[in-house]
Design a protein around this ligand. Sequence first.
Ligand code: MV4
Length: 445
Amino acid sequence: MISKVLIANRGEIALRIIAACREAGLATVAVHSEADRDSLHVRMADETVCIGPAYANVSYLNITAVIAAAEITGADAVHPGYGFLAENAHFAEVVGECGLTWIGPPPEAIRLMGDKATARRTVAAHEVPILPGSAEPLTSREKAVELAESIGFPVILKASAGGGGKGMRVASDARELRHAFDTARHEAERAFGVADVYLEKYLTSPRHIEVQVMADTHGRVVALGERECSIQRRHQKLIEEAPSPVVDEELRGRMCEAAQKCAEAVGYVSAGTVEFLYDGGEFYFMEMNTRIQVEHPVTEAVTGIDLVLEQLQVAGGQPLSFRRRPKITGHAIEFRINAEDPVTFAPSPGTITELCYPVGPGVRIDTHITKGYRVPPYYDSLLAKLIVSGRDRREAIRRAGRALSMLVVGGVKTSIPLHQRIIEDPDFVEGRLSTQFMERFAQRD
Ligand code: MV4
């Protein structure tokens, strides 16, 4: 059992975790940087500890300071949220070694899935479909060319230590591949300290469809259906929805089964997400994220399950509150409201001078901002998540139009106008989505 949770995060997710702790009757400890002294997660927590200066590497990423805060306050569990230390296997291990409960997957599952080449090999051994490519990191340019010629161009090189789009290179022929091999290795070495790259057949315009999984310490793994996250820009998701407009019950069954196998393959516990690429024919494993994700509320909206509350219960040794895959009811769409220029996407820090929330059916807002809040320049630019739901996709989109028009965030530039344009786009309305959507969208005007 756990009784006091330290939240090793900030912003909207810190507040979201506090909300779940409060429902579970658990006390909360907020840690914060000097820049976040006045933020809402600090105000709402039962206890608070300042763990360092504004820069994340000396506060939210400072393992020693986070652990010290847990010891000082007598917290007995740590929830990492997303980002920061959430997928740091070493941190998860240290938490355990200090006698604290880690609210997340076993460190070994984080480590296995964190190495993308190993993850690919591991799930493939459990009959999860992967794209043709290399089973191990590539040892030479010529081996890369040989393999690429056998599977056919285009191919993509990915950093084993990467993920989320960093250190990727696409090649359309042998000449490009020779060059890409060197630059990809160089980039991987610089970004992750490990030069290893592997190769896959490249899909030119796939959808990004991911499956939420939840597992407990009693050996039960349940898949909770998919989210479509194809609307991204520079590997930053902008809009996510559940269910995917192209996934029928038959495909959902197969994807959920594959996701369940991925989780079982690594002895998974807690909330996780298995990402797939889908090109209309087959779906293929891409990577597994071993954390609660930003977009978890769309799954909550269509399943009625509180995923963060389930995480707390699972960490306390309780079984999942459901035994099998829940029925998907209605449709939900999440819009990430970022403090950024809607055209250039440059961050737009500043003070929130005005703030009004939309009202009416089918609206949820997860946010930490208030009127007068100063958006610090040190962290990511997510201000709020607007989640709309309806009986079907059309109703959800109609409600999105209403909610976006009623949402007022003054003082900083936001992505609200961009979302308003996207939901009027015929391809979006018809559900014709792909990872190339934003490139094409930008070219249209
Ligand atoms: C791919 C791909 C096409 N084919 N792999 C981007 C993030 C990283 N996790 C993997 N990514 C991709 N891998 C193969 N074999 C296309 C992408 C990709 C992408 C994937 C999901 C969402 C947006 C994307 C944007 C560009 C490329």
